[in-house]
Write a protein that binds this ligand. Sequence first.
Ligand SMILES: N[C@@H](CCC(=O)N[C@@H](CS)C(=O)NCC(=O)O)C(=O)O
Length: 227
Amino acid sequence: MAVNMLQVYLDLLSQPCRAVHLLLTCTKIPHIVREVRLRRGEQRSPEFSRLNPLQKVPVIVDKDFVLTESDAILKYLVTKYDIPEHWYPRQPERRARVDEYTAFHHSYTRPHAAAVFILEVLLPAQTGAPVDEERLNHALVRLDDTLDKLESMFLRRQPFLCGDDITVADLLAVCELMQPMGGDRDVLKLRPLLQHWRSRVQSAVGEAFDNTHRVLYNVRERRRAKL
Ligand SMILES: N[C@@H](CCC(=O)N[C@@H](CS)C(=O)NCC(=O)O)C(=O)O
């Protein structure tokens, strides 16, 4: 049955899914959430594999148009729907700044922040093995280097990563940098510049921020309860 409303396939424990969910909810784009529970392997079901042969979330279905990759999805949503253009500015230089960050994001922020969560939370939960402290320390060093770059290249003299206003780049970045919170680790703890940026992002998106991160906060609470 064809559904006319935009559908989004996601699991809110996934950072790129949260970025898409944040944009959809704080800009009030009408949509239907189709949950794909990664921990149950639902991304490998035949139905979902037909939508995304990579078996990864997020995916959107907008009438007949199926789109994967959070970066592409976010930019499509801003371009297609009637929401403030600051999210992905039309002016070429300002738009290029967002594209500059999102290209950087996939080589630095995403793999380096995700590695900390995988080593500290995901692998121990999946295997029952203790945290590999040596690998975790290497991951933390790499993440620290990325945080230096975020401060010196992107947040120098400007409130958001790509200028004076929030863009989709900030959503992608904040969701990755929140992920280690699942292991009760605030990677921005000793970074006032990045902390202030995170607070600005949080204020700009309002209550959508905590609502979208609730699943991650629950992982942290369960962890605290076990200790
Ligand atoms: N480059 C993709 C990455 C998507 C991705 O890696 N999604 C993960 C969750 S964070 C996933 O669906 N993993 C399921 C699996 O690998 O089985 C994007 O930005 O959308």
